[in-house]
Design a protein around this ligand. Structure first.
Ligand SMILES: [Zn+2]
Length: 249
């Protein structure tokens, strides 16, 4: 088993991931008791925290999170085993993509609508969408639920890429981040951008696309504006602390 970071670090990962679940529920990004978020806690990314099987996002506490080893083939046979699709997708990504520190998977409404279009590409129609210009992996080979084989297929798409967004055709979304805050902020902005685009399409009017040059310039500016992710997430935790502090127990 690879070296795990110290106990205090793991507790902060637990707290942040629990906060992400609580906020995802508030934003209606959850789906029933499915969908999963994970965060790596050791240096090679093989040990990770993930939500327990069949637990609603709105109820998850820091201490509920499972600590799994992406290389442990017996994981699904252990007591308190994760959901098989959670293991299939997140286990494969953490096993093959050490850069994937935090992995958020949702079927959030507007991203999923986008993933169901024949052409699912998100065009740079506003400042938010521009941050994803040429920065999304688009998959168009859905082959069933994310058990082992499908999870491996998704992980392979991310393994050889430096992109942090995977739009899963006919399925949903995977977001990667360096921290939980970074990933959650990216999830928020991708879903918001997809909503803006889908609502713009619904007007039936012609879209006013940004030029490639302005889209790329804006995307680079977003990359240099990282403090907003940490500030965003810190504020979300302040609200949780006031309104549902049991998330960090
Ligand atoms: Zn899914």
């Amino acid at each position: 088993m690879a070296e795990i970071l110290n106990t205090a670090s793991i507790q902060s990962f637990r707290t942040d991931l629990a906060a992400a679940f609580r906020w995802a529920a508030r934003l209606n990004y959850h789906e029933a008791v499915a969908n999963h978020f994970s965060v790596a806690v050791n240096q090679d990314g093989s040990q990770f925290l993930i939500n327990p099987n069949q637990r609603h996002f709105a109820l998850i506490k820091a201490s509920d999170l499972l600590l799994l080893d992406a290389n442990d083939a017996d994981t699904l046979h252990q007591p308190n085993a994760p959901d098989p699709t959670a293991w299939g997708l997140h286990g494969a990504i953490h096993r093959h993509c050490p850069r994937a520190r935090c992995v958020l998977h949702t079927h959030s409404t507007f991203s999923t609508v986008l993933a169901c279009l024949k052409d699912p590409r998100l065009p740079p129609i506003d400042q938010n969408a521009a941050q994803f210009y040429n920065r999304v992996v688009y998959d168009n080979a859905f082959d069933g639920m994310a058990f082992i084989d499908e999870g491996e297929r998704y992980a392979a798409l991310l393994k050889d890429s430096d992109k942090n967004v995977l739009l899963m055709g006919n399925h949903g979304l995977v977001i990667l981040g360096e921290t939980v805050a970074d990933a959650f902020n990216r999830l928020f902005y991708f879903e918001r951008s997809a909503e803006t685009y889908i609502r713009a399409l619904q007007t039936g009017m012609e879209l006013n696309l940004l030029s490639d040059e302005v889209a790329e310039k804006t995307a680079v500016q977003w990359q240099d504006y990282q403090q907003s992710a940490e500030a965003h997430f810190a504020q979300l935790k302040v609200i949780l602390e006031q309104q549902e502090p049991d998330y960090r127990l």
